[in-house]
Design a protein around this ligand. Sequence first.
Ligand code: TYM
Length: 332
Amino acid sequence: MEEPAKTLFSAIQPSGIITIGNYFGAIKNWVELQDDYNCMFALADLHAITVFQRPENLKKNTLEAYALLLACGIDAEKSLFFIQSQVNTHSQLAWILDCYTQFGELSRMTQFKDKSTKHSDNINCGLFAYPVLMVADILLYQVDMVPIGLDQKQHLELTRTVAERFNFLYGETFKITEAYIPKNGSKIMSLQDPGRKMSKSDENLNAWVAILDSKDEIIKKFKRAVTDSDSCVRYDDKAKPGISNLMTIYSCATGKSFDEIEKEFDGVGYGKFKEAIGECIADKFAPVQSRFNELIKDKEYLEKCYRKGAKEAFEISNRTLNEVMKKIGFVQ
Ligand code: TYM
């Protein structure tokens, strides 16, 4: 008998800028995994409001992120691709699972610690409970795997803990899912401070490269990337974190190994290396940018895709939610 297809879920916040960190850590793998998995992807707009968003920006960013992911290669025919806030089951299950997650567990989440320091004027309960919404996103779809970057690993561990706790209390309900973290590219670092993750919320605009940055911007940002006083292109993430990060980016974009990259740039110095990466990244995303420019004009097509996505996502996720509610003892 044929084995049922393996399933996968992942999501991204539509907070304006989607970086090459998001791309190499997550989106690239989502696109590739579509051939072998039944995939479900969401734009996590409910997550985005843990930081204040202007209504017009949230709307614009969500539509743009939807079009950009399609332009990157998410296939709305093959995969289920929806907007989280259009599927009510997510916030419903999140509330329920809040009651099965300990305060202490959420207090240990490093992203909460980072974000609450950064947004000290708005440490809202959503920011604290945010990982539980992510737990609900995943568990609703009973998936085998969740492809993510390294910064989301702790949230995946929480997902497994909460699922196991619920299964222990009420019997087998949730599938225990595995994280898929790529060997290369799971943590793309800032171009200005290679000790920190590349993040779209970094105020230093030279720290990140967005998929939609112009060719000039991309080349300029790589030229300004912080390296070291040596001049040898060699991978050593302890002694040469800046160059090692650039090598990782180049390797993700070209599929070349670090050995091959070292040979390619042997004796040429950092200037030429940075120029080559800038050109390579700009060329890689040029076709994505032109597809994006087409898609963003076609609001009707986008709406058709996300409506279909939401309808199917509701049907699948509502089965899990109903089972959970029945097991807890809510009147049916
Ligand atoms: P978000 O929107 O911050 O990031 C989306 C994906 O990009 C990865 N990523 C990176 N990978 C490598 N290097 C980087 N510098 C880098 N920056 C970001 C992230 O690890 C992530 O995989 N809470 C999630 C969204 C989410 C989710 C989910 C993910 C909501 N529900 C359920 C998986 C499953 C987030 O804020 O990701």
